[in-house]
Structure formats: structure tokens, C-alpha cells
Design a protein around this ligand. Structure first.
Ligand SMILES: NC(=O)c1ccc[n+]([C@@H]2O[C@H](COP(=O)([O-])OP(=O)(O)OC[C@H]3O[C@@H](n4cnc5c(N)ncnc54)[C@H](O)[C@@H]3O)[C@@H](O)[C@H]2O)c1
Length: 165
């Protein structure tokens, strides 16, 4: 089985690439290797196949998906506290790129996609375990058959009912 890790030269993606290799997967990494983020070439296990390309580039994505069974999508422009003036750039790099990727996967009937989530989605500190009252965090649980290992969020219950806005 072969996995494509977009953003595989980044913090999360590089660990996923290593973890997938350790579980016996063939790994291809696609990363734009933005020199601002990667002033020197990242070092990979020699078994990792590196494709330098941008996920906003439909032709590059099409090519990177050849022979791929599963995609782990970690490429993103990240950062907090940026100006709203940067929104078009973020939307292009993150949302548009994801749409390009999904369309290409659909054409190739690749149905397994693993995405990075975020504390923003889970609402850091916003949920507690109903039995213990402790804050809930994602924990390892079952895994889909198309993925070597994953984390799936525990059942959540809002700590406080949200008021309508
Ligand atoms: N780091 C964390 O603690 C954390 C926590 C929660 C969620 N996440 C999410 O995980 C994902 C990855 O985060 P990270 O911390 O590894 O970021 P990172 O900046 O370390 O890695 C992102 C990688 O994506 C590449 N990239 C960016 N845009 C690209 C594009 N259009 N085409 C190809 N490559 C591109 C960059 O070159 C970089 O190597 C993001 O979606 C982020 O929101 C990260």
C-alpha cells in the first residue's frame, strides 16, 4: 500500500511519513518546500519518495497521486495572528489546494483521506468527559482499514451549553 503525505516535509507530515514507513507502507511526500519554511533541504529516510510540488497545481497533484492508495493531507499555510489581509492567500493555499486534491482523488477513485484537525475545531478546553469531568482530548481508538494508525476523537459533551447568537 502506498500513501501520499502532502506537506510531508512539515512538522506533522514528516512524523506521519516516518510512522507510515515504520508500519511498512510505501511513502511519497509532496511538499512545495517553501524556502521561507525550509531554508535547507529537509532530510528524509531514503525510502521516502519526495515530490517537490504545490498542491494548488492540479497537474502536479494528478501526477503525485499515481499509484497512491491513501492520502494524508497535511500541507497548509499555518499560523495564528495573521492579518485578515492574508485571507485570500490562506484560502488559495489551503482551501483551494484541498479542493484540487479532492477532485483529483475523486477522478482516481482514491477514497481514503486523512486530514489534520485542530484544537480550533475541538474547542480547546470546551469539552469535558461526562464521567470524570476532565478535559477531553483526542485519544487513539479504532482505525479505518485504509490507514495504518490514527487517532479518533472520544465522544464529547459540551462543558456548557452554547447560547444562541
Ligand atoms: N503543529 C501542530 O501542533 C498542529 C496542531 C493541530 C493541527 N495542525 C495542522 O496540521 C497541518 C500541518 O501543520 P504543521 O504544523 O505540520 O505545519 P508546517 O508548516 O510544519 O508544515 C506544512 C508543510 O506544508 C507545506 N506546504 C504548505 N503549503 C503547501 C502547498 N500549497 N503545496 C505543497 N506543500 C505545501 C510546507 O512547505 C510545509 O512543509 C496543518 O493543517 C495544521 O493546521 C498542526
Amino acid at each position: 500500500m502506498k500513501i501520499l503525505v502532502t506537506g510531508g516535509a512539515g512538522f506533522i507530515g514528516s512524523h506521519i511519513a516516518d510512522a507510515a514507513l515504520a508500519q511498512g507502507w510505501s511513502v511519497r511526500v509532496m511538499d512545495s518546500l517553501d524556502p521561507g519554511l525550509h531554508p535547507s533541504p529537509p532530510v528524509f529516510d531514503p525510502r521516502v519518495e519526495i515530490v517537490t510540488g504545490d498542491v494548488t497545481d492540479a497537474a502536479a497533484v494528478e501526477s503525485a497521486l499515481q499509484g497512491i492508495d491513501t492520502v494524508c493531507h497535511q500541507s497548509a499555510k499555518v499560523g495564528l495572528g495573521v492579518s485578515f489581509a492574508d485571507a485570500p492567500d490562506y484560502i488559495h493555499n489551503n482551501d483551494y489546494a484541498t479542493a484540487i486534491l479532492l477532485a483529483a482523488m475523486e477522478r482516481r477513485s482514491i477514497t481514503c483521506l486523512v486530514l489534520a484537525s485542530s484544537m480550533v475545531v475541538y474547542g480547546e478546553g470546551a469539552y469535558t468527559d461526562p464521567d470524570t469531568g476532565l478535559p477531553v482530548r483526542p485519544v487513539p481508538a479504532a482505525r479505518p482499514t485504509c490507514w495504518p494508525a490514527t487517532t479518533i476523537p472520544a465522544t464529547r459533551k459540551p462543558a456548557q451549553p452554547s447560547s444562541p447568537r
